[in-house]
Design a protein around this ligand. Structure first.
Ligand code: ZN
Ligand code: ZN
Length: 86
C-alpha cells in the first residue's frame, strides 16, 4: 500500500482559492522542494518533520500556493491518496 499526492503526480489540479481575495490560486509545488531536495544537511524525511507540519504522519502533502491577484503565498495541505498495487 502506498500513499501519494495526486497533485504532485499530475492526476489532479491544486484546486484552491486565495483566502484573502478568493481568486484562483496557482500551485507552486510541494513545500519540501523549496528547501532543496538535495539538501546537504537534511534528508527528505527529516525536512518533512521540520517544516512545522505533521505531514509524514498524516500522509499529507504541503503545497505552496500563490495568488497572482494579490500576491499572497499560502500553504495548502493535500491529503495523499491511498493506492493498492499500481
Ligand atoms: Zn503534493
Ligand atoms: Zn488573492
Amino acid at each position: 500500500m502506498t500513499f501519494f499526492c495526486s497533485v504532485c503526480n499530475g492526476f489532479s489540479k491544486l484546486n484552491v482559492n486565495c483566502p484573502k481575495c478568493n481568486h484562483e490560486a496557482k500551485d507552486c509545488g510541494r513545500l519540501g522542494d523549496f528547501m532543496g531536495p538535495y539538501s546537504a544537511y537534511l534528508a527528505i524525511d527529516e525536512l518533512k518533520n521540520t517544516n512545522g507540519y505533521p505531514d509524514l504522519i498524516n500522509h499529507q502533502c504541503v503545497h505552496l500556493a500563490y495568488c497572482e491577484s494579490c500576491h499572497l503565498e499560502f500553504h495548502k495541505m493535500i491529503s495523499e491518496t491511498e493506492h493498492n498495487n499500481i
